[in-house]
Design a protein around this ligand. Structure first.
Ligand code: FAD
Length: 299
């Protein structure tokens, strides 16, 4: 950490990118431009989210299948089990397998009415661990799951949250990707807690480059992520200065990534929000340069 800026960053970081399925043609064009810009950076995989309650089932499938078909990237599909029967989920999984998709990010999802709380579908997978088990039984997918450095809001305590992560790994997940967070110590504490619980798990920090502070604050409140007061101060007065806001966003996410790297982290998952530039800049600062891509390298 004492080293000057990015001098110690060696270019050995491994990256992945997350997108969401576009709603309109214009958004689709923007996503494809983003995909093409980030592709040469050689991510291990790129993933596409699944809308609340399966609302983007077709769009997620179309996006994942197109990435898998038309690019050199390995595409991963997010899949949630909320509000769906096992048969419905199994059918979605079969479609992915048939489309050549070999990686699922397996999630529970959130209740449609957050106040009422989550209730499993009577004929469905009850939680993410059950979903992982079901997917594993069906096809030999690579499976990533979610982890929560600041504890999931539904968990009574962090011990319960870690038990849940253990159940997901025991069910056959190969890595956990974290909810976003803003202080490196949050991740390091979590990494230590996971190790202390006896788990040997690949935990990939989810990095959210924040350029719209108000919307990230809203999202953070819902998912239990702490937004430090100093961060609010850094965005104060920038509402009408989008370019300055982008620079602040890049600085913060790059500094977070640098400190994670200094603490031994080599895997980074970027919540791109379908925009390339911030993630590209941070990867560049981490020493990652465009490379000739092939499916084998991306795997
Ligand atoms: P689970 O691991 O099942 O756990 C949820 C909570 O319930 C945990 O607190 C756990 O401790 C508790 N719990 C579960 N089972 C038990 C049990 N048997 N006994 C006691 N407690 C239990 N949402 C989407 O809708 N679409 C997406 O594409 C999407 N992508 C995401 C990607 C990442 C990397 C992350 C971090 C989150 C994502 N989410 C997505 C959000 C996710 O769906 C929510 O956070 C959801 O509330 C929990 O999902 P989970 O898979 O972590 O659930």
């Amino acid at each position: 950490l004492a080293s000057p800026l990015f001098a110690d960053v060696g270019g050995d970081a491994r990256i992945s990118f997350e997108f969401f399925p576009p709603k309109t043609e214009k958004m689709e064009e923007a996503l494809w431009e983003t995909v093409r810009t980030l592709e040469p950076l050689g991510p291990r995989f790129v993933s596409v989210t699944y809308g609340a309650g399966g609302s983007t089932r077709e769009r997620t499938h179309a996006t994942v299948a197109r990435i898998q078909r038309e690019t050199s990237l390995a595409a991963a599909a997010h899949l949630t089990c909320v509000e769906a029967t096992r048969e419905e989920i199994d059918a979605v999984a079969d479609e992915y397998w048939a489309a050549g998709v070999r990686h699922i990010v397996a999630l529970r999802g959130d209740a449609p009415d957050q106040k009422a709380g989550y209730a499993p579908h009577p004929g469905g997978y009850e939680n993410a661990a059950a979903l992982v088990e079901g997917l594993r039984r069906r096809h030999p997918f690579e499976i990533s799951v979610a982890a929560y450095p600041e504890c999931h809001p539904d968990s009574a305590d962090s011990a319960g949250d870690l038990d849940n992560l253990k159940r997901k790994m025991d069910a056959g997940a190969t890595r956990a990707i974290t909810q976003f967070f803003f202080e490196p110590e949050t991740f390091f504490r979590f990494r230590d807690a996971v190790a202390a619980a006896g788990m040997d798990v690949e935990i990939v920090p989810g990095i959210m480059p924040v350029s719209n502070f108000a919307s990230v604050k809203r999202m953070s409140a819902m998912c239990g992520t702490d937004v430090p007061a100093w961060m609010g101060r850094l965005f104060e007065g920038l509402d009408d200065h989008p370019a300055a806001r982008q620079l602040v966003a890049a600085t913060l996410a790059a500094e977070l990534s640098r400190r994670l790297y200094a603490g031994g982290v080599r895997d980074f998952h970027f919540y791109t929000l379908n925009r390339a530039e911030l993630s590209y800049a941070i990867c560049h600062l981490l020493g990652i340069r465009p490379q000739p891509a092939s499916k084998e390298q991306a795997a």
